[in-house]
Ligand binder design. Structure first.
Ligand SMILES: [Ca+2]
Ligand SMILES: [Ca+2]
Ligand SMILES: [Ca+2]
Length: 547
């Protein structure tokens, strides 16, 4: 038996995979071998003629598993392992390896300076995803996730940014022609509402730093890692100056996403988020109705919008701030937390209704521009905080969660709100934000990844009505239910004479709780009724009272 096992082991070790000790995954402890001896065989007898091996400790006595040590010389590892395996009394032998925690830090040399990324749990989040495409239910091919960054300009040649810049490959740059017929001439890397084509704008250091937080290429042995190692950044230049240009830039983004939705991904761009690290201090929504209306229009096609609040210690709901007080469900207002102290910056706005959460701004380390050269800089303010949230939205879309992904194509507005909810509910409670922001918390991407994962599977089980509430009902009825599948069901209500009084077709939620909400229950005359779900012969019912 032992010889057969040994034969199988050596085949594995030296032939098919050719895995020498040096090339095995994991960190091998040189000079340490784990052995399992055959029952009743003591170390002293098996290794009696192998004085080079010392018993370091007994790992599992009843299983006769031991840890041995020897003085390993360079290049002899494979031969030593082969010899140990040949010894009579040895059942199995293997190297002792060090396992690594499930963090996934990048190899970018400035990673240790990125305290902002450390604070929001990026190393853990990257173990689940580092960005890239959105997986779809039906195919391996994913859709490229795009983030629109509105800025005055950026350094287009920064080597940590160029790999992650979005390109409209159907457009030929600088030929004065709208090659892809989308209504915009030469929109090759984005669009510039001031010049009418794309380009780096004024090459602003601000835009260069913001882009690096969203998506500096990670794990490329260079500089820093953005929240997304892989993402496509559509940079809208001269889009953070005049209000007319801001609106025109947002309009371009909305058109790209709408086109993507309408062509089922064949054209346009799968933009999931926009970043606005700019604004108008003391602006009131009533003075900017066109700007504020843009966010609902973007949300309807599936784009979530992340906006920086003021860099002053003010309640923006009292003094005003645009866009952070615009009041759209598709807008996330962000304030600034110091990356080192995890406390709200003294120079950062707040608002219990419109500022959703904090994110590290002061102390952020990111891409920059020194003269006309690429560099790396410490960045600060709500401008630094906001792109962490924007990047996180794009990262969540790249998680392998087909139920959410199909929603992104068929019900994009709902999907955008779903990601917003998951992101906000996973914010880490922070006393410096409590009571003065919607969540009272600071961005925690590791927790957000976990909450998407938990939300992803959805539930299924035997057909059941778990609860009808309120019962008795006066106006709106909510029915919590469970189904074994996600195909259509009939929701029916009968009176005590067995007469059908209401019917609706429902599609069970594929994630989250299954709740049917009947807004018109108030129309029923008072009495006792039966609520039921039907699919073919499957049927479940429960009584409720209308008063
Ligand atoms: Ca075009
Ligand atoms: Ca062109
Ligand atoms: Ca990098």
């Amino acid at each position: 038996m032992k010889n057969l096992l040994y034969f199988a082991f050596t085949l594995l070790a030296f032939s098919a995979f050719g895995q020498s000790a040096e090339r095995q995954p994991g960190n091998r402890h040189a000079g340490q071998i784990l052995v399992q001896l055959e029952p009743g065989q003591p170390f002293e007898r098996v290794f009696a003629y192998e004085p080079g091996f010392r018993l370091k400790n007994i790992v599992a006595a009843d299983w006769n598993m031991l840890l041995l040590e020897f003085d390993e010389k360079p290049g002899e590892a494979d031969a030593v392992m082969a010899r140990v395996n040949q010894l009579p009394g040895v059942q199995f032998a293997q190297w002792n390896h060090q396992a690594s925690s499930r963090d996934n830090p990048p190899n970018d040399p400035s990673w240790s300076a990125q305290v902002d990324m450390d604070l929001i749990g990026m190393a853990q989040a990257w173990d689940a995803t580092t960005g890239g495409v959105m997986f779809t239910r039906d195919s391996v091919r994913g859709d490229t996730i795009v983030v629109a960054v509105l800025e005055e300009g950026y350094l287009i040649t920064h080597p940590d940014l160029t790999p992650n810049l979005w390109h409209n490959w159907d457009e030929i740059p600088d030929n004065g022609i709208d090659d892809d017929n989308n209504g915009y001439v030469d929109d090759y890397t984005g669009w510039d509402p001031q010049t009418g084509s794309s380009g780096p704008g004024n090459g602003s250091p601000h835009g260069t730093s913001v882009c690096g937080i969203v998506g500096a290429r990670g794990h490329n042995n260079l500089g820093v890692a953005g929240v997304n190692w892989n993402v496509q950044m559509m940079v809208m230049t001269h889009a953070a100056i005049d209000e007319s240009e801001i609106i025109a830039a947002y309009y371009y983004v909305a058109k790209q996403r709408r086109r993507y939705n309408e062509t089922n991904g064949a054209d346009g761009a799968f933009v999931v988020a926009t970043n606005a690290s700019f604004g108008i201090d003391n602006g009131k929504p009533a003075q900017h109705p066109l700007w504020c209306a843009v966010y609902d229009s973007l949300g309807k096609v599936g784009v979530l919008n992340i906006g920086a609040t003021a860099n002053a210690n003010v309640n923006v709901e009292v003094v005003g701030d645009i866009p952070s007080t615009c009041g759209s469900a598709y807008l996330v207002g962000v304030t600034n937390v110091n990356a080192n102290s995890d406390q709200k910056s003294l120079n950062a706005g707040y608002g219990a209704v419109s500022i959703d959460l904090g994110a590290p701004g002061d102390g952020t380390f990111t891409t920059g521009k020194s003269g006309n050269n690429p560099s790396y800089v410490t960045f600060s303010g709500t401008s630094g905080a906001t792109p962490h949230v924007t990047g996180a939205v794009a990262l969540l879309y790249s998680m392998d969660c087909p139920t959410l992904a199909s929603d992104a194509l068929t019900n994009p507005a709902n999907c955008a709100l779903r990601f917003k909810e998951l992101l906000l509910k996973s914010a880490k409670p922070n006393s410096s934000l409590e009571g003065i922001t919607v969540t009272g918390g600071r961005l925690d991407v590791a927790a957000a990844v976990d909450s998407v994962r938990a939300d992803c599977g959805g539930s299924s089980g035997p057909l059941a009505i778990q609860r009808i509430q309120p019962n008795p009902v006066y106006n709106v009825l909510e029915v919590r239910y469970e189904t074994p599948n996600f195909k259509p069901y009939q929701f029916r209500v009968f009176n005590m004479l067995g007469q059908l009084v209401f019917e609706d077709e429902i599609l069970p939620e594929e994630y989250g709780e299954k709740i049917y909400r009947w807004d018109d229950a108030y129309l029923l005359p008072g009495g006792v009724y039966i609520a039921s779900f039907h699919q073919g012969r499957a049927y479940v019912a429960k009584k409720f009272v209308k008063i």
